[in-house]
Structures are given as C-alpha cells and as structure tokens.
Design a protein around this ligand. Sequence first.
Ligand code: RIB
Ligand code: CA
Length: 316
Amino acid sequence: MTKRILIDADPGIDDALAILLALASPELNLEGITIVPGNCSSQDGSRNARKVLQLAGASQIPVARGVERPLVQPLVIASETHGPTGLGYAKTPEPTQAEDARHGVDFLIEQAMSAPGEYTLVAIGPLTNLALALRREPRLATAFAQVIHMGGAIHTSGNVTPQAEFNVWCDPHATHMVYHAGLPLTVVPLDVTYQCVLMQKHVDHLLQFKSPVSRFIAGTTRFYIEFHNEYQDIDGCIINDPLALALAFAPELVTCQEIFVDVDIAGGVSMGKTFGYFYKMGQGAPNAQVALAVKPEVFLDLFVDRMEVLCRKYPD
Ligand code: RIB
Ligand code: CA
C-alpha cells in the first residue's frame, strides 16, 4: 500500500533532492507540492518545483504557490546557500506545467480534508503555509496521518544563527503555531541532518549515468558544496530535506525521543531557537517525536541508490 504524501517546500537545492527522492520511492505517492518562500522567493520556488517534476516525468503532480512572506518576520532569502533563483548552477528547461490555480494554503486544506487521516505532510521549509492553514481550518490538526518537519536544532548549533535553524528562524511565529497545534508531529532537526553529508564522490558516482537527472544533481550540489566548504568548512553538502522525506517510508533510519519541543519567539539573539524538555518541568504532554540519532551511511546509500535508479530511468 503506497503512502499518500504532500510536500510543503522552499525549493531550494535540498528540497529539490527531496522531491526527486519522493519520485524515486515506490513506497510513496506524491500528490502535490505547496510552495513557501525561504531558500528563494515563492515565485522561484514554484518554478523550481515544476522544473524538478518535469525532469523526472512527473509534470502531472500539482504545484500550488502559497504565501509570499513570513507571518511577522521580513522575508530573508538564502541566496548565498541556494543561488540567486534557488537551484545553484543547475540548468533546466522552463516548466511547461502551470501552477495549480489554488493558493497553497487552500490546497493543503482541501487535500487533507478530502481524505482525513490519509496524508503524510513532509514540511521542508518555513511553516507559514501550514500555520495559516491551521488557523483557516482548525480541524486540520487531526486530519493528517503524520506531519514530518525538517527544522530546528536541539543539542547542536543553528545554521543561520548560533541558536536557530533556517526554516524555524525564517518564520518562528508559524513554527510556534504549528508546534502548539496538537499535530501528529515528527521533528527532524540539524542534530541528525548534519550527520548526512553528500560528498563529491557520491555525485561523481551518479555522473557515470548520462542523464539530465545526474547533470541536475551535479549542477545544484556543486553550488551547495561550495557554500558548505566556504561557510562551514564541510567537505560536501548537508542534505537536510531528503532525510526528512525518507522518514515517510524508512522511519528506522532515525531514533526519536517523544518530548515537548518549543521555539523562542521573544525576539533578540535567540529568536527561532528550538529547545526540548527532557525533564518534567511542568511543560505538559509531549508534542513531537524528535529525531536525535540517525544511521547516516544507511541513509546516504539509500539516497544515492535511488538517485541512480532515477538516472537510469531517464538516460540521455
Ligand atoms: O536549515 C535547513 C533547511 O532550511 C532546509 O530545509 C533547507 O532547504 C532550508 O529550507
Ligand atoms: Ca527546505
């Protein structure tokens, strides 16, 4: 039985790789992508998502653009990380598929409420769309089978400030609304994603297969690896979003702890910091399964193997 999934993303290089992983995973049925700004504008994100779907023969999957900016914070685009339009150095044909006519917030509500308890939402960008959807339709809090959020940093440094991870920092108020909504929430923080380093050797392996897919992966990751080298002295690039996506079909890749996780919206130096309650401190019932350990090599092998399948499926 395939799992029905929706993705809310800010594509974005690792978002694009997560979309490719979803398309390469027979366990999943990707039924829609909603777009939120963060790595790039929502206009660029919408075009990028449709480019990636087209690359993998999946142009029939609807892409619905959501909000144009965070709830309260100004929009800050991560162009130094993902490039001026969000896909690094990749060169891909313009998409022939148009955006879905619905707003991303309405799309999320309509899809989830059409099949209560069936959809898994993989949220790999700032949570603005989901937060507004929850306010527009409160029943959404119990309509998803699972919500997997790539975001936060619990025991480890942030990646946009020492305290905060990018998706949460972009829209901490939306994150607060989502984390306090009573969703069946799994949080995938930097604690586990920063152990998942895609290296040039992995990309070179895929380039053996002459395909627009392997060239796309090489073009996007070349920019992403340059960023990680220059800004974080990492020999490779962190594929945050593909790990979150993979948990939709391979939850055994991580070990979670069921805790209460919250986010700082007070402002100041720790704006967007996420923190977990590991002791009884009057915080009430846990609100999330938080992934705090991962099998990085198992995941990287799975990711590269499935990208290879996609490259072989779409040869030159
Ligand atoms: O902090 C990493 C997250 O922020 C990833 O989802 C990346 O795509 C950016 O959105
Ligand atoms: Ca993302």
